[in-house]
Design a protein around this ligand. Structure first.
Ligand code: BGC
Length: 800
């Protein structure tokens, strides 16, 4: 994280290595696709050929089109290429950008924050006749908050509550827009089944259905129905596509996958987000089946534009056009520009406009010659520029180029209301992994509590790796100005009568030295011995996840497991809180993968819970609410099981622990330590009376009902999950796949009926030609509260 924050003042580029269909996708009334939002379940993806409906009225579209055309007619070729360049600041206040803006050499800006900085550069752009007074639009990675920090995206997804996640993004949009940021490079909607890849922290986990619901909700939250509104921003879905499946989990690495897997597992969240009206799409750094995605016409043109009808702007990732040379795909910089532009890449995230070796602004540098030589056409150039200008019109930049103000910053950022939203999401994101013999909740009259471990009182790391550029990380300001509540702080508030002793035990907690040194453990043990209960807060330093943070070992880094053993050896009660950006391999703490009875007494997965995270964790520990989060990604027992997902395809030799010649390992079972969809509650639930019609036509819809009962003695919240499997199909279907979910809150002893609707979108699948079809066959259906639902007796129906 510190690297990214430091990047705002970097002198050099961060890395040295190397409308025709205008508006069609914008402003849609999002149909949020899951039962969690609507009360009944529906599909997350639709036919590959479905076109988004345009909500922008025809006269509005025409008005923007004619303004854009008029402007296009005034621009020289060089100025057109200028509009396609995105630059970042190389001075602290971005003063270097002003001259570029005034000269019409850039169209968009990234990574500049602060009202005064943004307005000064904007003024240079709009007051310049040379720039035809065209405003800039300012973009930033606003990933899980701007000033009010929400749980990291993987934690948000663990809430299984798209409505709440949309609320987060609404707050983020308002706070960022108050500063003048009108465009976020988020959401990342990459599915991943490989927790070695550090960027899983930025996504919604392993499942396309949950991922699609969250993707659509995020777009809706950022953009609303009109992102020119002062409190809205344009969203970017990234990284298109397949970015979450790099070989060996190594960042930026090759992706090679079948068409059916791409379409069934990796593209659905993109499609859902495009249908929800996402303004822009960022291509990924990786190659897909041998073609770098920065210059991949199959993705950027054929699928995105021709088949999905996307009408917004596309952009490259950070200096990725130049990297086409590094791939050995482009012969030189000019060739890189040609390949990217003709593939459908509208905006080049050049970042540095001044570097000459290598040249990052390949469009501006080589574009005019390419055009002159006929290697790109004026139509291609005009189309790309049209997308950029349209984006700025839609964001309201022409009518109000100065949208941020100090007054808005003062009144709209980090407000009590925003913190309340963050608290609710943080509470919903917590996943109770173990709770043997009701170790939790703690009594609120516990009088002596030790808070031990490196993350018990670490305000900055608790925000995770993706704190936005410009965030105030001055240590003295974290708890005061930034209002971060740590676990230690939260416990003091939740149990005001208790004596709370906080001891990290670790001398350092960094990526390089994540609590390797054990000399402080004695003080932690002494605190545990003197306490009635110890809350051990361990996990990964924030820098262990995020971009460029792949790991091969996923256990608790450093000597943290030893710290836990030392506390356990005191014989005093303890519970564990985890903060991490990915599934960890923690079989010692998890215990038996089925019962967990021999694991840690209690363990709460808190991810990186954000500004109000300590309050959320403390409220959970003391039972002020019932933890209801469910894992959006499987936790393997062991790194050797990766990649892992619950929805694997069947094999001809299914797992049998007593038969060597089945699909299995010699050393561990195939089971995850904790499965997708898993999460305990302080009460218990049962699902019964699952009912579905016995048959449905291929284009028909069925309604499924089930009874959820709170069988325990306390009120609680569960997530009912519907899974299906079809057999006898032309290509194998997953052993089970999620096709509906619904959050249910119930008083002790009460039941309710949950309803799901399954249509062709849920029952069909893509074949290896990328074509979607519902095939006749027999379905098994389960409703439960984790992906282990498929161990129960299925309800069966046929599709004819
Ligand atoms: C990341 C993108 C990000 C961009 C701009 C890249 O390195 O891959 O996700 O939006 O930087 O910060």
């Amino acid at each position: 994280m510190s690297e990214r924050i430091a990047a705002v003042v970097r002198e050099k580029p961060r890395r040295s290595f190397g409308f025709g269909a205008v508006l069609a996708a914008f402003g849609l009334a999002v149909v949020l696709l899951v039962s969690g939002m609507s009360g009944s379940s529906n599909a997350a993806s639709t036919s590959r050929h479905a076109r988004p409906r345009a909500a922008t009225s025809a006269p509005q579209q025409q008005a923007i089109n004619s303004k854009v055309n008029a402007l296009l007619g005034q621009l020289t070729v060089a100025e057109k290429f200028g509009q396609l360049e995105m630059a970042g600041p190389s001075t602290a206040n971005g003063s270097d950008l002003a001259a570029l803006a005034a000269a019409g050499k850039i169209g968009t800006v990234l990574d500049l924050t602060g009202v005064d900085n943004i307005n000064a550069v904007q003024k240079a752009a709009v007051s310049s006749a040379m720039n035809h007074h065209i405003p800039l639009i300012f973009g930033l990675d606003v990933i899980h908050g701007y000033r009010t920090m929400f749980p990291v995206p993987l934690g948000e997804a663990a809430s299984w509550d798209p409505t709440q996640v949309a609320n987060d993004e609404s707050v983020s949009a308002d706070e960022a827009a108050a500063d003048g940021i009108k465009w976020t490079f988020n959401p990342m909607v990459d599915i991943s089944r490989d927790p070695r890849w550090g960027r899983v922290v930025e996504g919604a986990g392993e499942d396309p259905f949950l991922g699609s619901a969250i993707a659509a909700a995020k777009v809706k939250g950022y953009q609303g129905n009109d992102f020119s509104a002062p409190d809205k921003v344009a969203a970017t879905i990234k990284h298109f596509g397949g970015y979450g499946a790099p070989v060996a989990g190594r960042e930026y690495n090759t992706v090679d996958m079948s068409t059916q897997q791409l379409f069934n597992d990796y593209l659905p969240p993109y499609k859902a987000a495009v249908d929800a009206g996402a303004a822009t799409v960022m291509s990924s750094f990786n190659s897909l089946n041998g073609v770098p995605n920065t210059a991949n016409p199959y993705l950027l043109t054929q699928i995105l534009r021709d088949e999905w009808g996307f009408g917004g702007a596309t952009l490259s990732d950070y200096q990725a056009v130049q990297e086409l040379e590094e791939f050995g795909y482009a012969a030189d910089g000019a060739d890189a520009a040609r390949l990217a532009l003709t593939a459908g890449e509208n905006i080049e995230m050049a970042v540095s406009m001044t570097s000459t070796n290598p040249v990052y602004d390949t469009y501006a540098t080589y574009g005019p010659t390419l055009l002159h030589e006929g290697k790109i056409t004026m139509t291609e150039l005009n189309d790309a520029v049209r997308h950029v200008l349209t984006l700025k019109y839609l964001a309201g930049m022409f009518s109000d180029p100065y949208q941020g103000s100090d007054a808005r910053v003062a009144s709209e950022e980090l407000t009590p209301a925003n913190q309340a939203v963050a608290l609710q999401t943080a509470e919903e994101s917590l996943v109770l992994l173990n709770n043997n013999n009701h170790a939790l909740p703690l009594s609120s009259s516990t009088s002596k509590i030790a808070v031990v471990g490196p993350l018990g009182d670490d305000a900055l790391d608790q925000l995770g790796p993706d704190v936005p550029i410009g965030y105030d990380t001055t240590p003295a300001d974290l708890k005061t100005t930034d209002k971060i509540v740590t676990v230690s702080d939260g416990i003091k508030t939740a149990d005001p009568g208790a004596t709370v002793t906080t001891v990290s035990g670790c001398t350092t907690f960094t990526v390089a030295d994540p609590c390797n040194e054990t000399s402080g453990f004695g003080a932690a043990v002494a605190a545990a011995q003197a306490a009635d209960v110890t809350v051990i807060v361990v996990g990964e330093p924030a820098g262990d996840s995020g971009e460029a943070s792949s790991r091969t070992a996923l256990d608790l880094p450093g000597a943290q497991e030893e710290l836990i053993s030392d506390i356990k050896a005191t014989g005093k009660p303890y519970v564990i809180v985890l903060m991490n950006g990915r599934p960890l391999t923690i079989p010692e703490l998890g215990g038996d993968p089925t019962t967990h009875a021999d694991g840690a007494p209690a363990m709460l997965e808190a991810w990186y819970p954000g500004t109000t995270g300590g309050t959320a964790v403390a409220n959970a520990l003391f039972g002020k609410f019932d933890p209801s989060g469910k894992l959006p990604m499987s936790f393997p027992q062991n790194v050797g099981q990766i990649p892992m997902s619950y929805d694997e395809l069947p094999t001809g030799r299914p797992y049998d622990p007593n038969n060597k010649y089945t699909s299995r390992y010699l050393d561990v079972s195939n089971a995850p330590e904790y499965p997708f969809g898993y999460g305990l509650s302080y009460t218990s639930f049962s699902v019964s009376n699952v009912s579905a019609p016995s048959s449905v036509s291929r284009n028909g819809t069925i309604h499924v009902t089930a009874t959820v009962t709170n069988t325990g003695s306390a009120a609680g919240t569960d997530v009912a999950q519907l899974y299906i499997h079809e057999s006898d199909t032309t290509i194998l279907q997953p052993v089970e796949k999620l096709e509906g979910f619904k959050r249910v809150s119930l008083p002790a002893g009460q039941s309710t009926t949950v309803r799901f609707t399954l249509g062709p979108q849920n029952l069909g699948f893509y074949n290896n030609n990328g074509q979607f079809a519902v095939e006749p066959g027999t379905f098994d259906l389960w409703v439960g509260d984790s992906s282990t639902a498929d161990t129960g007796t299925p309800t069966m129906f046929t599709v004819g």
